[in-house]
Design a protein around this ligand. Sequence first.
Ligand code: URA
Ligand code: CA
Length: 434
Amino acid sequence: MRMYDIIEKKRDGKALTKDEIEFFVNGYTDGSIPDYQVSALLMAIYLQDMNQEERAILTTAMVESGDKIDLSAIDGIKVDKHSTGGVGDTTTLILAPLVASVDVPVAKMSGRGLGHTGGTIDKLEAVPGFHVEISNDEFIDLVNKNKVAVIGQSGNLTPADKKIYSLRDVTATVSSIPLIASSIMSKKIAAGADAIVLDVKTGAGAFMKNETDAKELAHAMVSIGNKVGRNTMAVISDMSQPLGRAIGNALEIKEAIDTLQGNGPDDLTELCLTLGSQMVVLAQKAKTIEDARAMLEENLRNGKALAHFKLFLASQGGDATVVDHPEQLPQAKYQIELIAKKSGTVAEIVANEIGAAAMMLGAGRATKESIIDLAVGIVLHKKVGDPVQEGEALLTIHSNSEDVQDVMDKLYANINISTETVTPPTLIYNVVTE
Ligand code: URA
Ligand code: CA
């Protein structure tokens, strides 16, 4: 088999066979096929697309390029949740203990964040003592005992994706549906879950800026998951403005506690119940979405979800007393309000720019080596559609530096107040099951 012929075939719009796809993925991973040939093939895929069969084969080939996590020692159907990424996305912190509280096993492998806030692990480390450096055996035991545990990324997962993603980054081939879908799904499948719930974000703060693209990506990923034997569903949700009110690591822990107590922001609570219901159904702990939702709502009301969060934190060394005393979480030195300069209705809070402002405060990493400040961030007091009076606080900046002028300028430039009627954005656009 020659790489030249594979490039030519895809250039001419033909479907590649399993052997051809495996040939290029394996050859690129082991270094026998050079960057320039894979670059040409990626561009051909970008321009000519791949059918559903090819996408599933590509995904599997990338999964097979490295280690796979074996979760078979955990009882029950393991359901993973994946978000395509957004600003102030606190859902994992809430969903993990919430669905665990109705007996759905959550075996979460998580990473540190790059960008506007930390990843799930960074956020959890805002709880004094909490750590993810546990052995695989401990991880499995904890999930069997408590239904929930989080472990840091380990092993050599999907090396083919790492190499291909880096090459896409420098060849203008990142924004290709078959390539994005196979990249994301290969990592989820290698991480071992039996079923997968995807939260595909759309809007200014998302990878997919419009609903049409988000829908196409959701369908592509659901199709891959189902083709390779992992029951997969997707929810398309809004990321035009930040989710919930808090953006920042310790601030999002506080927001998760509030939400698990039933006092969270409406949008965050609703999205967690929607995603959580899908997870409960996929785990076969409820027959219908309505039944699943009722179970989750009940555990938010009766305190079981919150109790599960405490159990989860304590079992990985965390000081669970922060749940009742969130003032023990890292606190920033200064709390500075951003005051509305005019009256009207909030028309726009540009998610990616608000994320960038949080990063300027130190809530996220600019590079892998950056050290994040767990205490800092932003808490919104107004969301799109809310009325606001001149002089009222739009948000509070939590900062360890007194000089936040640049951050304030950025925030003012990206929060629009209108005198016209404003319709708040739709939170959940669609649920995709095939
Ligand atoms: N995230 C991924 O993991 N892969 C992509 O290709 C795009 C976003
Ligand atoms: Ca949030």
